[in-house]
Design a protein. Structure first.
Length: 125
């Protein structure tokens, strides 16, 4: 399984689309096969689902994500786990142990609307 986690200096960035980088980790039989840190291509609608599809990402783990992004990932058959928080290492450990739980998105509906791509962050609830 290949997973993308929005990374901000080793911690889960609360909104995947506005993070500086992503940790891409590949797991097999509860072991890390590979782990890379890639720069974010920026917050442009549709770019991340296309990129992650090309990278053969199976799952995105995030604190929050807008509804349109969720729809685009679903169209690419990429699973989404929302409501996560903590360090990237702890999230990877929880995935390997099967203890990472889905939750509610930390982004409230409409928090990014009307602000354009320059808005530095969304309004979290």
């Amino acid at each position: 399984m290949k997973i993308a986690i929005p990374d901000d200096n080793g911690n889960l960035s609360p909104h995947f689309g506005r993070c500086p980088s992503f940790t891409i980790v590949e797991l097999e039989d509860k072991k890390i096969i590979s782990r890379d840190l890639i720069d974010s291509p920026g917050h442009n609608p549709g770019v991340l689902p296309d990129l992650f599809s090309k990278l053969k990402i199976d799952m995105v783990v995030s604190g929050g994500m807008g509804m349109r992004a969720q729809e685009l990932f679903e169209q690419k058959n990429i699973d989404i786990i929302l409501g996560a928080d903590g360090s990237v290492d702890d999230i990877i450990k929880n995935i390997m142990e099967g203890t990472l739980k889905k939750g509610e998105s930390s982004c409230k509906p409409g928090s990014g609307k009307g602000y354009g791509l320059e808005k530095p962050e969304c309004d979290h609830s």
